[in-house]
Design a binder for this molecule. Structure first.
Ligand SMILES: Nc1ncnc2c1ncn2[C@@H]1O[C@H](COP(=O)(O)OP(=O)(O)OP(=O)(O)O)[C@@H](O)[C@H]1O
Ligand SMILES: [Mg+2]
Length: 474
């Protein structure tokens, strides 16, 4: 470390020790820092600036700052009173972000400090990106915690352009306007809760509460009190003043009975009574209250099977599915995948891109966890990949399961014969139509028709027999 002559010659030993200490402090900074006196002469330069400029202290100290640092204006600040914060300065071909701060003692400027905050503006844009991504994550967390008591999503938040999703959306918009109970079916992660919230927000009850209860997550013994509440002293450990249940809390709004397929049989009986009579009773109470609540239920289980196996009450099932909304799994609407990927990248504030091949792998992937899984995979890829283009190699490292796809292959094997049958049927239909039209056009002159079609006359005869076109129709 080199200090200016004046400081090296400090008379008091104790203050020299202090000087040393501060020298160490300034040297420990990662930001380059330089100090000039009132004439713009360098009296201190820290280690980081030495490295940044590739100049040794011995060379820098005692020289005019403009002779050592490219494009500097620090010497101008030796007579100023105002600092300059976050100004751009090109040093060694890099756009650095610098601060210039006058040192004022007794209202007199005795020197100035120059500090490089960012050695390259790109650092700022990467910081800005990080910030944006953190903000969007925070927003998502806020949304998910707010969703416990309120519906935050609308139909606009449901991403997808596939005809399959579009038609469910259209149906859901219509269903929202009614007061009828809706049963939302679909595999895990397809967006059942998203739809439930969107329906509430598009319904006449949108100003009322949206109360969600997960019937699978709550222990069976507590489910009844959670749903219907209890009166004071209803059971040992009950709260002094009793507690309202979810149905009461949802008054004037919507209750979302999530995972309704996991409701125990005993509760199913009570639930049926409530839905039929439209009034509720707290546990331990004899009084009943009218219920002004719209019910939306959801499950990823096959309720029909459960009914057949006597695991679910048929009467409750029919009451719940006044309107059924079936959300197709992602593999049945692959057109939505790239849109969902792009939207996720946008929400993460990332400008990473998927190469054509990696997008193809993602679009054709097997997604048992549907949209939730897809979003998680994209998030992982963004945070674990440094490259700006995500290639298949990155997918392989971060998400090797995408390459297993055995299930997908199985599905294709089952689907292929079906789809190839459909294709050959439509090819045949078209061929028959073309033959017929050409024969008509040529007044049923087979030689002319064969010529027009570019086939031999015998081939034309074979094809006519194949399609049952034997002669000119009457
Ligand atoms: N079409 C979509 N557009 C945008 N985000 C979606 C879409 N579908 C699902 N999501 C998102 O995927 C995640 C899972 O959705 P949701 O919780 O609604 O699924 P679910 O069907 O209720 O799943 P589970 O059965 O596991 O509870 C959520 O983060 C949701 O916002
Ligand atoms: Mg859910």
């Amino acid at each position: 470390m080199v200090w200016s002559e004046d400081m090296e010659n400090c008379e008091k030993k104790s203050s020299c020790q202090k000087c040393d200490f501060f020298k160490h402090v300034l040297d420990a900074l990662v930001e380059p820092l330089v100090v000039v006196d009132s004439n713009g002469i360098i009296i201190f330069i820290n280690k980081a600036y030495e490295e940044f400029l590739q100049v040794s202290r011995e060379e820098a100290l005692g020289r005019a700052v403009q002779d050592v640092i490219e494009n500097t204006r620090l010497h101008l600040f030796c007579s100023k009173k105002e600092a300059e914060i976050d100004s751009l300065q090109t040093i060694h071909d890099r756009e650095a972000v610098v601060q210039r701060i006058p040192i004022i003692v007794d209202e007199k400027t005795i020197g100035a400090i120059g500090k490089v905050n960012y050695q390259n503006v790109h650092e700022i844009s990467s910081l800005a990106k990080k910030l944006k991504s953190m903000e969007s994550k925070l927003e998502a967390y806020k949304k998910s915690s707010a969703s416990q008591m309120a519906a935050v999503y609308t139909f606009e938040d449901i991403i997808g352009c596939s005809p399959a999703l579009e038609s469910v959306k259209q149906f859901a918009v219509k269903a929202a306007a009614s007061e009828m109970t809706i049963l939302i079916l679909g595999e895990t992660g397809v967006g059942k809760e998203l739809f439930a919230q969107a329906i509430h927000n598009a319904s006449p009850r949108h100003r009322g509460p949206f109360v969600s209860i997960n019937c699978a997550a709550i222990p069976q013994d507590l489910l009844e009190s959670e749903l219907f509440g209890y009166e004071e002293g209803a059971f040992t450990g009950a709260r002094k003043k009793g507690k309202p249940g979810k149905f009461e809390l949802a008054d004037g709004g919507t209750i979302f009975l999530d995972e309704v397929g996991d409701m125990p049989l005993r509760m199913q009986a009570k639930m049926l009574r409530v839905l039929q009579n439209r009034h509720i009773e707290r546990i331990g109470s004899t009084a009943s209250q009218d219920m002004d609540v719209r019910v939306i239920a959801s499950t990823n289980q096959n309720l029909e099977d459960k009914v057949l196996n006597s695991e679910y009450r048929a009467d409750l099932y029919y009451r719940l599915n006044a309107i059924t909304l079936k959300i197709p799994p992602l593999r049945e609407r692959r057109e939505d995948i790239s849109l969902l990927v792009d939207k996720t990248l946008e929400q993460l504030g990332s400008d990473k891109k998927f190469s054509r091949e990696s997008m193809r792998i993602i679009v054709n992937g097997y997604w048992p966890g549907n949209v939730r899984e897809l979003i998680n995979v994209v998030e992982r890829l963004v945070f674990l990949t440094d490259a700006s283009f995500i290639e298949p190699g990155h997918l392989k490292t971060v998400e090797p399961s995408l390459f297993k796809e055995q299930e997908d292959k199985k599905e294709q094997e089952v689907a292929e014969p079906q789809s190839s049958k459909m294709l050959s049927r439509s090819v045949n239909d078209t061929e028959k139509e073309v033959l017929f039209d050409t024969l008509k056009q040529t007044g049923w002159n087979k030689t002319q028709a064969a010529k027009l079609l570019g086939i031999h006359r015998t081939t034309l005869h074979t094809k006519m027999r194949k399609y049952g076109i034997q002669q000119k129709p009457l």
